[in-house]
Design a protein around this ligand. Sequence first.
Ligand SMILES: NC(=O)c1ccc[n+]([C@@H]2O[C@H](COP(=O)([O-])OP(=O)(O)OC[C@H]3O[C@@H](n4cnc5c(N)ncnc54)[C@H](OP(=O)(O)O)[C@@H]3O)[C@@H](O)[C@H]2O)c1
Length: 243
Amino acid sequence: MADLVAVRNASRRADIPGHENALILSDDAARTTAIACGATADKLGDAQEILIPGRPFVRGIIRHIGHSIIQAMNCFIIAALSADGCIAKDDKHSPFNWTSKEDKKRFIEFTKKAGVVVMGSSTYATLPGALKERVNIVYSRSKKFEGAEVTAKEPAELLTELEGRGFKEVAICGGSHIYTMFMKAKVVDRLFLTIEPILFGKGVNLFNEDLLFHMNLVSTSQAENGALLLEYAVDYKGVGKGK
Ligand SMILES: NC(=O)c1ccc[n+]([C@@H]2O[C@H](COP(=O)([O-])OP(=O)(O)OC[C@H]3O[C@@H](n4cnc5c(N)ncnc54)[C@H](OP(=O)(O)O)[C@@H]3O)[C@@H](O)[C@H]2O)c1
């Protein structure tokens, strides 16, 4: 049997013991894309399809990067939360004066590595200006912003466009509307959440619509001030570990 394995991101192929060099496929959309990328029907016919993490691929964001590897765009959410689950007290409340230095460091490092940040117009309005050394993409239906590209595209369409521009990772930087829109579009792989030791009582939640997703905890660390820096992988199969 050909060594074909399904996974969303080729960089995580080491997650699949014995399939480190596998051609990576998923559902029909991935199969179609794989053919378009030059994989042969014969090979595909022999495919051993293991769905990891089990979500459908979004057509067009899969890249053929060699004889046998397909790599998908990596899309992560990054957010700081109060211990009671809020990202802000209101839509004008900036996270910069209540988040730990470790959270800020992680935000800068990860967003610079991605090279592109996506946010809503309310979040962008809380910033002093565009985030430097990153392409700033702002969701708005009507406004224009200095130093940023404005969009109203569907998440999958935006990711496809960014993938075409050579980005391998996209950082979704909020706020609640934008986190929710990307989560609902099922294009998010990872969530980097920092739980800060602070309570807001009421405020802007991380998400603002009804959602149900399972996640697997990938890593944790603790900041000096007691904040917890968590990394989760979205488990689109919906089983979660330990069930
Ligand atoms: N703690 C954290 O990590 C963190 C991170 C990010 C943000 N925040 C906070 O979150 C708050 C803002 O969150 P929010 O949910 O109120 O606002 P938001 O998500 O930042 O922005 C909402 C705006 O995005 C635009 N938008 C939304 N969906 C769109 C679509 N489909 N097409 C085009 N434009 C669309 C609309 O802008 P127009 O009205 O211009 O059309 C909408 O008013 C702020 O207080 C911010 O500081 C916290």
